[in-house]
Design a protein around this ligand. Structure first.
Ligand SMILES: [Zn+2]
Length: 126
């Protein structure tokens, strides 16, 4: 079987990974400065800190998925759904180069995640 040519995708993903690592570092510095400022000024930076923390989580998740896509390229499995083994729609890959699940599986996983989150929320309130 012919290996798909994924050189262009790898380049896009590696570039995105470098940018994400850069952004994560910058956000960490900003967050640290907010934490330091807090000691002197009481707590005016609470909103900023929450924002940076949320941003950091988003960036780290994105980095994780970019790395997963790069690993898929290494294994020659890029463009194949990790869950069901079907081909991922090329249009989906073009819009989201770090996709490792087909749209169907992505939606199912999201549904399951939401259900699990809801369940743990309900258990907490009991
Ligand atoms: Zn799938």
């Amino acid at each position: 079987m012919r290996q798909p040519n994924t050189a262009a995708e790898r380049e896009v993903l590696e570039h995105e990974r470098d940018e994400l690592i850069d952004d994560i570092e910058k956000t960490k510095v900003l967050l640290q400065e907010e934490v330091k400022a807090e000691v002197d000024e009481g707590d005016p930076g609470l909103f900023d800190r929450e924002m940076y923390r949320a941003l950091l989580t988003t960036l780290e998740k994105k980095l994780e998925s970019v790395n997963a896509a790069l690993r898929a390229i290494d294994r020659g499995r890029y463009g194949t759904c990790e869950r069901c083994g079907e081909q991922i729609d090329p249009a989906r890959l073009a819009a989201k180069p770090d996709a490792v699940l087909c749209l169907n599986c992505q939606l199912q996983v999201e549904r399951l995640t939401k259900k699990a989150a809801l369940r743990s929320l309900m258990m907490e309130s009991e």
